[in-house]
Design a protein around this ligand. Structure first.
Ligand code: HAM
Length: 422
């Protein structure tokens, strides 16, 4: 038997209802905050990710699914969506209509990481990105919207961590201080970090290797190096979050794994997922639009890890299961034939209908109705057809009602709807 590729997974009925529910909550909330959906391709030119995420990052160095297409062009299954959103914003000159664009996108991403709980090679993200606003009030609003999203899903074991990574003006001083420390600790660094430490010392700060973590325990904090503009930007983000009653922790270690960030960065972390504790992450990337060939436009965004969110969302009581309102148990050829046309009309009228066409006995049909957890069973036997009335059985109360089938089908649908109403 051919099996799934390692790190990939199927989302089966029973679970897909929760995915749909989460997606609906995200769409409704983001649209209320003025966001519009953008749908993007899954394949992009490899260059796009190299130039945005950065060539010294884990994602670009080791995790991308990159291959030449038949003409030899290097293409990559997107490891994240921000680069594509920026590409699209520039390519379609979305800024010309209005530099402020609020976009969201939902879909699969691909990273060839070592699979484990909460970490997959194909995973899903819900992204929101805002272009054209540099005000720190927008940073606070994004974090506010993100935390509201978790509240709407009743996910409570989450904490917002925030940090500032400064800007091209203040970061060089911080990098210089970090490089000095790295030089003195060079024997403790892992192979990757030894190589990266000269070009991109910031990456050492989020290396997971124990020796690097120990070496970085007393690393300087970028917050102490912020220029006056970045410092005041960060102060306003914090003050606004406080005003909006959004609890947060300042996490000076939060450098994020992608190179494009400037100023505010944030993560939503949970205690319920073990090592893979980030359920969402994001931040400002004021230089990226320009770096990818667009106009100078600030931007900020985040991505929610959909798979991880599903693992910590408990909506057992939300009535999400996809169960039939009516299961039609038709007995005998004539009844099956008549009822099969009703089944379509009932479904069209918005009543979730399932019909068994196998011609099995009433006992086995009732068993199947039970298995599907049907709310009602419509019993249609040869006698019922002759007498012009079918039986609707409520599977919870066991109450039975007789419904006339003498009139046109609309009458049957209306009658059933009325019975549901009662
Ligand atoms: P990221 O931190 O790489 O950021 O990913 C965001 C979220 O995606 C993570 O917090 C995690 O929940 C989920 N995630 C990442 N990798 C995996 C995986 N292998 N399996 C399951 N879930 C995973 C970004 O991707 C940025 N583009 C976020 C952003 C948007 N920044 C600005 N705008």
């Amino acid at each position: 038997m051919i099996q799934l590729i390692r790190g990939f997974k199927d989302i089966l009925p029973g679970e897909s209802e929760l995915w749909q529910h989460i997606e609906t909550v995200a769409r409704n909330l983001f649209e209320d905050f003025g966001f519009s959906e953008i749908r993007l391709p899954i394949l992009e030119r490899t260059e796009l990710f190299k130039r945005s995420i950065g060539i010294d990052t884990d994602i670009v160095e080791k995790e991308m699914y990159t291959f030449p297409d038949r003409k030899g062009d290097l293409i990559t299954l997107r490891p994240e969506a921000t680069a594509s959103v920026v590409r699209s914003y520039i390519q379609h000159k979305l800024y010309a209509a209005d530099p402020v664009q609020k976009l969201y996108t939902i879909g699969p991403m691909f990273r060839r990481e070592r699979p484990q709980k909460g970490r997959y090679r194909q995973f899903y993200q819900i992204n929101a990105e805002v272009f054209g606003v540099d005000s720190p009030l927008m940073d606070a609003q994004m974090i506010f919207m993100l935390t509201a999203f978790f509240s709407r899903l009743c996910v409570t074991d989450v904490t917002a961590h925030i940090n500032s990574l400064g800007c091209p003006e203040c970061r060089p001083d911080f990098k210089a201080a970090l490089s000095d420390l790295l030089k003195s600790k060079k024997d403790q660094l892992c192979e990757n970090c030894t190589r990266r430490s000269k070009k991109n010392p910031l990456r050492v700060l989020d290396c997971k290797a124990t020796s690097c973590r120990e070496a970085m325990a007393d690393a300087p904090s970028i917050i102490d190096y912020l220029c006056p503009d970045c410092a005041s930007h960060f102060e306003t983000v914090k003050a606004t979050l406080e005003k909006q009653n959004v609890p947060f922790i300042i996490n000076k270690q939060l450098v994020r794994g992608l190179d494009y960030y400037t100023r505010t960065t944030f993560e939503i972390q949970t205690g319920s997922l073990g090592a893979q504790n980030a359920v969402a992450g994001g931040g400002r990337y004021d230089g990226l639009v320009k770096a990818l060939g667009g106009p100078e436009q600030p931007a900020i965004g985040f991505a929610i890890g959909f798979d991880r969110l599903v693992e910590i969302t408990d909506l057992k009581d939300a009535g999400l299961e996809n169960r039939p309102d009516i299961f039609i148990a038709a007995l005998g050829e004539q009844s099956i034939s008549a009822a099969s046309t009703w089944a379509g009309d009932l479904s069209l009228s918005g009543i979730k209908t399932e019909m068994d066409m196998s011609g099995r006995s009433l006992k086995s049909l009732m068993k199947r109705a039970d298995r599907l957890n049907a709310r009602h069973v419509l019993i249609v036997g040869e006698n019922e057809i002759k007498e012009g009335a079918v039986t609707l059985r409520n599977m919870e109360t066991k109450e039975q009602l007789s419904i006339s089938i003498k009139g046109p089908i609309d009458d049957l649908v209306t009658n059933i709807k009325e019975k549901f109403g009662s």
